[in-house]
Design a protein around this ligand. Structure first.
Ligand code: URA
Length: 225
């Protein structure tokens, strides 16, 4: 399928300059990124992964401990939950491009444990050119922002997941996007709020699957359409 060139970077937040090159070239260049201090403590850059022709891109926040060790996005506990939900919705994870807003693990040590720290605004800004380049190279048809960091990068700081989760927005003339709960946030919740958020994330991912396959959204057991 050929597409008209997009008129602009489809992010609400500013991007200084978008790096050129194929996804493979971008991945290689990002491996040496020194645009913010996070590279110093992280093991490696965790660039996006998945087919260059993927119609669906999922954007998380930043790699965690497991992702930093293995060099791939969403391979830790949050990734496992995400992969289970994708499978329930009939979306093959190998057909989806997985990436993050920030591509280095940020952490502080507590004893021998590396505790996740949220990347700050400057670190997010320094990493945005990579996300912009991934979006412009891939030109996915559908994008899912997982969590507030990704959602606000796409839609702006006024975006609130509690209000606007699960609603489609046009990012540009070719790409529609929605935001949903981050699987890590769901894993931190307990009781009914957790079950509720889980149902909502499942419903949102199944809505994406329905668009991909052109069939009605699956309503897995326990969920309401
Ligand atoms: N959380 C994210 O946002 N991304 C990952 O890759 C893993 C956990």
């Amino acid at each position: 399928m050929s597409h008209a060139a997009p008129s602009r970077v489809p992010l609400a937040k500013p991007v200084e300059a978008v790096p050129a090159g194929s996804l493979r070239q971008l991945r290689l260049r990002a491996a040496d990124c020194r645009a913010c201090p996070l590279w110093r403590d992280a093991t490696r850059t965790v660039f996006g992964a998945g087919p260059a022709r993927a119609a669906v891109m999922l954007i998380g926040e930043q790699p965690g401990d497991q992702e930093d060790r293995r060099g791939e996005p969403f391979v830790g506990p949050a990734g496992q939950l995400l992969r289970e939900l994708l499978a329930e919705c009939g979306l093959a994870v190998d057909d989806v491009y997985l990436t993050n807003t920030v591509k280095h693990f940020k952490f502080r040590m507590r004893g021998k444990r590396r505790l996740h720290q949220r990347a700050n605004a400057a670190e997010q800004a320094a990493c945005r050119p990579w996300l912009a380049a991934e979006l412009l190279r891939l030109r996915p048809r559908w994008v899912v922002a997982l969590g507030a960091m990704a959602a606000q990068t796409l839609f702006g700081d006024a975006f609130r997941l509690t209000r606007e989760r699960g609603r489609w927005h046009a990012l540009d003339e070719h790409t529609d996007a929605l935001a949903s709960w981050h699987p890590s946030a769901i894993l931190r919740m307990r009781g009914e709020p957790r079950e509720h958020a889980l149902r909502e994330l499942r419903r949102d991912l199944c809505a994406v699957a329905a668009r991909v396959t052109g069939s009605p959204a699956r309503t897995p057991s326990g969920d309401t359409p």
